[in-house]
Design a protein around this ligand. Structure first.
Ligand SMILES: Cc1cc2nc3c(=O)[nH]c(=O)nc-3n(C[C@H](O)[C@H](O)[C@H](O)COP(=O)(O)OP(=O)(O)OC[C@H]3O[C@@H](n4cnc5c(N)ncnc54)[C@H](O)[C@@H]3O)c2cc1C
Ligand SMILES: NC(=O)c1ccc[n+]([C@@H]2O[C@H](COP(=O)([O-])OP(=O)(O)OC[C@H]3O[C@@H](n4cnc5c(N)ncnc54)[C@H](OP(=O)(O)O)[C@@H]3O)[C@@H](O)[C@H]2O)c1
Length: 469
């Protein structure tokens, strides 16, 4: 029976310090503080990376600083832990991989509840022949590279002139934009120096984005699409024939209407009327192209597509006509996919932890929220509504006495110290954050921050500062 009285706080472990985990911690902590019965809560927020914020730090594109501004409100949620500290605490514990450094069983022994907020960090598979040839890349890997993720190589082979991006979602747009954008326009962003150097040496001239369906089936969002048309020094090439079946007025949503108008307007751009604009790079949008094979003997030499057309049931089908493009690098932006966590059920087909309203199937006391709960779709804000539902169910279980009391009372940090895990803390993050901002201020092109990339260096800065405990 769980007792939320001050002498016996509700102890909760949250795994993953992306937006889903932070919102869950904040919603839980506020819900307990709002109770008039003196309930208390202690939350430990475990994160495998030395720094918090998940895909906001390692997914959102560097030229989207406005979105990175969401970090400010998430920062306040974690930083406010000192407020009302006798009723609620949230401890950030970084550089700990749950499932490797500590098991779910060990967490369950120490906490009333464990909330999984581990997101989705790898590429969904594109199952076509040739997909493993050198020169075929997952978008998630490329995103990790340009966002300075510590666990990917520091260099990227940008040696190809003609490159393809497969997929019509916002990740495809991010990848295409970063590939096509002139590097000088990224200098003022937080893009790491090794990435800027790589992009400055890029041979790319033409980026081809392929959708397997039509313009009315895009999964972009209007602001992101419009932004593509505003990239300096880059022509946007669209093919009139791709629009034959498309009626913007019949679009199902306002968002789609706006985007179809944007695409239609691009058909009238000078570059699509055969006029020269002086641009040095081109971004081609191709629709009705389903990828069928990546061709090449020991690296990518061509990509083969089947042309598609609308079918009577409202979907699309192959026309039996095939076309090949002399493209020598392929970026697969066909969605992200979650990863299993040892000792927790996993749905291999959907890449999620199976759950009902956040309660993990067959595992009392374990909950899920964010992308690992419902799949890799949706914006940062959507993870807040996920967390609201999951935490409401967790509290309902706590109030109904359905959560088992912890059997271990020792601090998890003792176990981690025994295992020589170099844990990073919130104060350590403040240290690293200040360090990165100072690097940014001192940079020849003044920037908000310059990210420290290597994991060891992040850990060392986090653990050596005056603030780190
Ligand atoms: C390339 C890209 C760009 C995006 N850009 C935008 C944008 O501009 N605007 C927008 O609103 N949305 C954007 N999104 C969507 C947004 O990033 C997601 O909605 C959101 O990050 C999902 O949150 P999450 O917390 O579930 O997962 P994540 O953000 O992935 O966080 C999960 C965290 O869990 C940690 N973790 C995983 N496994 C373990 C483990 N075993 N132990 C400990 N920690 C673990 C991970 O390191 C990570 O920090 C983008 C997504 C992608 C892929
Ligand atoms: N700036 C932003 O706000 C931003 C930036 C990045 C990501 N995000 C969000 O993050 C989420 C994930 O984005 P995402 O782009 O990874 O996923 P997504 O929106 O689901 O798009 C995936 C794309 O891949 C295509 N695809 C899937 N399988 C394919 C195959 N076998 N062959 C060819 N194409 C295939 C899909 O086509 P079909 O439609 O035909 O299935 C779709 O166009 C989205 O909600 C997105 O909005 C937001």
């Amino acid at each position: 029976m769980t007792d939320l009285h001050p002498s016996s706080p509700l102890r909760v472990a949250i795994v993953g310090a992306g937006p889903a985990g932070i919102y869950a911690g904040n919603i839980l902590s506020n819900a307990i503080a709002a109770r008039s019965d003196g309930s208390t809560v202690e939350i430990d927020l475990f994160e495998s990376l030395p720094a918090p914020y998940g895909l906001i730090r390692y997914g959102v594109a560097p030229d989207h600083p406005r979105i990175k501004g969401i970090v400010n409100s998430l920062h306040e949620m974690l930083d406010a832990q000192g407020v009302d500290a006798e009723r609620r605490t949230i401890r950030f514990l970084g550089n700990i991989e749950v499932g490797r450094d500590v098991s779910i069983d060990e967490l369950q022994a120490r906490y009333h509840a464990v909330v999984l907020a581990t997101g989705a960090i790898r590429d969904a598979a594109l199952r076509i022949p040739g997909v493993d040839l050198p020169g075929s890349y997952g978008a998630a890997d490329f995103v990790s590279w340009f966002d300075g993720h510590p666990d990917v190589p520091r260099t990227w082979p940008l040696v190809d002139e003609q490159v393809a991006v497969i997929g019509n979602g916002n990740v495809a747009l991010d990848v295409a934009r970063i590939l096509a954008k002139l590097p000088q326009d990224l200098r003022s962003t937080e893009v790491p120096d090794n990435v800027l150097a790589g992009l400055e040496a890029s041979a790319v001239t033409d980026v081809h984005v392929f959708g397997r369906r039509g313009p009315a089936d895009i999964k972009f969002t209007p602001i992101e699409l419009r932004e593509l048309g505003e990239v300096a020094g880059v022509d946007i090439i669209v093919d009139d024939a791709d629009f034959a079946e498309v009626d913007p007025a019949a679009a199902g949503t306002n968002q789609l209407k706006i985007m179809l108008r944007t695409l239609n307007a691009w058909r009238d751009r000078p570059e699509n009327r055969g006029e020269s604009t002086g641009a040095t790079r081109r971004l081609h949008l191709h629709f009705w192209h389903a990828p069928v094979e990546i061709l090449g003997s020991d690296r990518v030499e061509k990509v083969r597509f089947e042309r598609t057309a609308p079918s009577e049931d409202g979907s699309v089908s192959g026309t039996g006509a095939f076309v090949e493009y002399p493209i020598t690098a392929v970026y697969r932006a066909v969605g992200y996919f979650g990863s299993p966590i040892v000792d927790v059920p996993f749905d291999d087909r959907r890449g999620v932890v199976p759950n009902d309203g956040g309660r993990v199937d067959g595992t009392p006391g374990v909950y899920a929220t964010g992308w690992i709960k419902r799949g890799p779709v949706g914006l940062i804000g959507h993870t807040k509504s996920d967390a609201t539902e999951t935490i409401a169910n967790l509290l309902e279980d706590a109030d109904a006495g359905r959560l088992a009391d912890p059997t271990e009372t020792a601090d998890i940090l003792d176990l981690l110290a025994e295992r020589e895990v170099e844990v990073t803390t919130w104060d350590g993050w403040l240290e690293l954050d200040a360090h990165e901002r100072a690097l940014g201020a001192a940079h020849e092109h003044t920037r908000e921050r310059v990210k420290v990339v290597p994991r060891e260096e992040q850990v060392e800065i986090s653990r050596s500062g005056a603030l780190a405990r």
